[in-house]
Design a protein around this ligand. Structure first.
Ligand code: UN1
Length: 514
């Protein structure tokens, strides 16, 4: 399939137009007179369509609708909310192929990864549906006679969800569907590089809401970070801001939200490392590292950016890894044989080049790649060759996250050293150890081991399942989303004490004789 055919199929199938409304507040904002942003296909630079942007007035309308919707939605019993999440999952399933194709066209993921992205949203929908019947609180033993102590979880209100281009549907679903079953409403500000996907997903979710006669609980506010983004972050009506993006922007989102005593979930940069010990199943480790470093052209928060390899197996591992890199097909992600699609835009290509130049200045030796790539029938110039750079010292550019397929490889001699190097970066999202020795793997997942929010044994740093809590430590921001009990971030905990006796005994033995 070429871009034109795919564009026709996805845009027609999903009912997308040349100019689409990017604001939903119970109805779709009229597009006339609004500034619109073009969605550019990173495969060949073709314009896919445009999305009209909201301004400060549109934002106000969205917020007013959100506040009204919350009053009604929070009264719906959670299992009823779960049914809506389930129905959205079913609608996403029906449109999985088309939505996946749109993701491929808009951000350049392979067909398989585009479909996987939508599957991730479908999975979270069924998780949220089940969760809606499991929003448990505790009952705690009271120290006072005839007293009951317990905790319950109430919805927060309006949640701002600011997402990045690289998971343009799944990360919305992680936040919006979990928040919805908790009883919240969400205002989504998607990345300007993935606006059509946001519009398509929002339409599907809102059709379900509308046909059930419910108020608008999934609001959309496409607009620039400077207007809509800033308004959301600084708005006291927004109880929680969930932000996915760079550490630099996330730092300021966190500070501004905290300054108004708002809550935030920050999913920021990763600098994920795989440790390969002498006891590793080398072929499995090679596959795990290659997938982590190359998939999504290295544009996942969880992409493998560093590999620490024991010196006794280093040469063998590198030979096998470069063999895999040599066989990897770079080209249009619409072609099922391509494993590496384009980077999202030309800025990303510039970052790739600058990072490689800086690594070389630091005596990094290129073992594979190092250059942009001219893919057949692809005119965008966004294609790059997955790159392996050997380094001796972890410093400078290696401490930074570059959203590109660049893997730094290093040697180590003992596992304690490897863990020290592994942890000596500012970020703390995902990590992996490849070893068949239980002592090594248990050490790595112990408190003395990886300091990341996610740790993997014999599998890649990338590709987390939705059932676990997703997020990381240090400059990754500390937030948790998706599975496990991450729903608690979207709720306010209330401790309840009930006295059912005829006296009023005080805690801590305090006497108050009145
Ligand atoms: C991200 O890159 O922001 O674990 C999310 C993974 C995906 C999610 C990544 N399930 O790679």
């Amino acid at each position: 399939m070429n871009v034109n055919e795919a564009k026709k199929k996805a845009m027609n199938g999903l009912g997308l137009l040349d100019i689409n409304s990017g604001v939903y507040h119970g109805k779709w904002m009229a597009t006339e007179g609004k500034k619109s942003i073009e969605s550019v296909c990173p495969i060949n630079g073709q314009i896919l369509g445009s999305v009209a942007q909201g301004d400060a007035d549109d934002y106000e309308q969205v917020m007013a609708a959100a506040e009204k919707a919350f009053k009604l939605w929070s009264k719906v019993p959670p299992p009823g909310r779960g049914e809506i999440a389930g129905e959205i999952g079913a609608e996403l399933s029906k449109n999985k192929e088309l939505l996946g194709l749109l993701v491929t066209l808009e951000v350049g993921k392979t067909i398989s990864e585009g479909a996987g992205e939508i599957q991730e949203a479908i999975d979270i929908a069924s998780f949220a549906a089940g969760l809606s019947r499991q929003l448990y609180g505790l009952t705690i033993a009271s120290e006072r006679p005839e007293h009951r102590l317990m905790e319950q979880w109430h919805p927060l209100g309006t949640i701002g969800v600011i997402t990045s281009f690289n998971f343009p549907a799944a990360v919305w679903a992680w936040n919006a569907l979990i928040a919805a079953v908790v009883g919240d409403v969400t205002v989504w500000k998607p990345s300007s590089s993935a606006l059509l996907t946001a519009v398509a997903v929002s339409r599907i979710a809102n059709k379900v809401v509308e046909r059930n006669g419910l108020p608008p609980i999934f609001l959309l506010a496409c607009g620039s970070g400077r207007t809509v983004g800033n308004l959301l972050v600084n708005d006291k009506r927004v109880s929680l801001v969930s932000f996915t993006g760079s550490t630099a922007t996330g730092r300021s989102v966190g500070e501004q939200t905290a300054a108004r005593f708002g809550k935030s979930i920050l999913e920021l940069g990763g600098n994920n490392c795989a440790v390969i010990t002498p006891n590793a199943d080398i072929d499995l480790a090679v596959k795990g590292v290659a997938f982590g470093a190359i998939a999504t052209a290295g544009q996942r928060c969880t992409s493998t950016r560093r590999a620490l390899i024991h010196s006794s197996i280093y040469d063998n591992f590198i030979t096998k890894l470069t063999d895999v890199y040599n066989k990897v097909n770079i080209g249009s992600p619409l072609d099922p044989s391509s494993i590496v699609g384009p980077l999202v835009n030309n800025d990303a290509v510039d970052n790739y080049k600058t990072t490689i130049a800086r690594a070389q200045e630091q005596n990094g030796r290129i073992l594979h790649g190092g250059n942009v790539y001219k893919a057949r029938n692809c005119k965008s110039g966004c294609f790059v060759i997955p790159t392996i750079i050997e380094i001796d010292k972890q410093e400078g550019i290696v401490l930074e996250e570059t959203f590109a397929p660049i893997l730094y490889v290093m040697k180590y001699d003992n596992l304690q050293d490897a863990v020290r190097i592994h942890n000596s970066v500012p970020q703390g999202l995902s990590s992996a150890i490849f070893s068949t020795d239980i002592r090594e793997t248990e050490y790595f997942i112990s408190n003395a081991g990886s300091d990341c929010g996610i740790v993997n044994v014999n599998t890649s740093t990338a590709g987390a399942e939705i059932g676990g809590a997703f997020g990381g430590e240090k400059e990754t921001g500390g937030g948790r989303e998706s599975g496990s009990d991450a729903w608690k971030y979207y709720a306010r905990r209330q401790t309840v004490t009930v006295n059912y006796g005829k006296d009023i005994p005080l805690s801590q033995g305090v006497v108050f004789p009145v």
